[in-house]
Design a protein around this ligand. Sequence first.
Ligand code: GDP
Ligand code: ZN
Length: 281
Amino acid sequence: MADIAAPEDAEPRRIRLHRRLKDLACGDRVELDAAGEQVQRRLPRDNTLVRQDGFGRRKVIAANIDTVWIVIAPSPMPARYLIDRFLVAVYNLPARPRILVNKQDTGPAAPSEWLAPYAHLDLDPLHVSARSGYGLDALAEAARGHTNILIGQSGVGKSSLIAALLERHGSGEIKLPETGDLGASGEGRHTTVTAQWYPLTGGGAWIDSPGVRDFTPELESIDALVRGFPDIEALGEGCRFRNCRHQTEPDCAVRDAVDQGPLPAARLDAWNALLETLEKH
Ligand code: GDP
Ligand code: ZN
């Protein structure tokens, strides 16, 4: 059995799964039988957020995500390398990344200045406070109609934000087990980690799970790195070499863009740092 919310249904309900259907994840869209009583099949996914468990196995946390909110706060101080990795992961899904600056109640928003190198990326930072409620209506409004998740460093207030949001704008909770191994056999096994689907009044939902909150993005390949830096990817079209890594190659349009101003140096620094970790493996 699993809980299902059909968009046409105002109320979520419990429903039987077909015996062979074991690889459902939070956010999956499904097809029901004619009587509307049993899930027949899972529809193709737009994207999947995957994490690695302690044994290096890949697990699907959630599927069909539209918007990923990267949460930062004045404290703990944002770790730039982590934000850059989060961005790479979100652009690779692909999904829309947004920045959420929490703890607005703690005074002047230091992270605003901190965000300057990302200004050209359309991350549209939203300032909120889980504690005072500041900005939460605007957040709910921006989230409506989409499937949303929160990611970010421990301590920035993700749990507090989910709780505060649901208190004001939630309409219940739907639990689905996080699916098991993505083994070649295709046989998923349920794990004890669950992801929750919180429908928003007026459409859309928040997905929450410890797997999302502790998510540390992996970096798989140079292609993933390129996709993860859409600004550098676009500028790279102008480099003399198609596979330019923007290091010491001649006629590099990316380094030129940093020298001449359009690309913040912090972006090339982030690229260089992640390229280095990638090349170490
Ligand atoms: P998570 O690890 O990202 O889930 O963060 P938590 O929700 O557990 O919050 C970490 C700490 O920050 C807790 O002590 C919260 O009370 C506090 N916190 C969360 N949101 C806010 C906020 O908007 N303002 C302030 N001042 N503290 C907050
Ligand atoms: Zn280049």
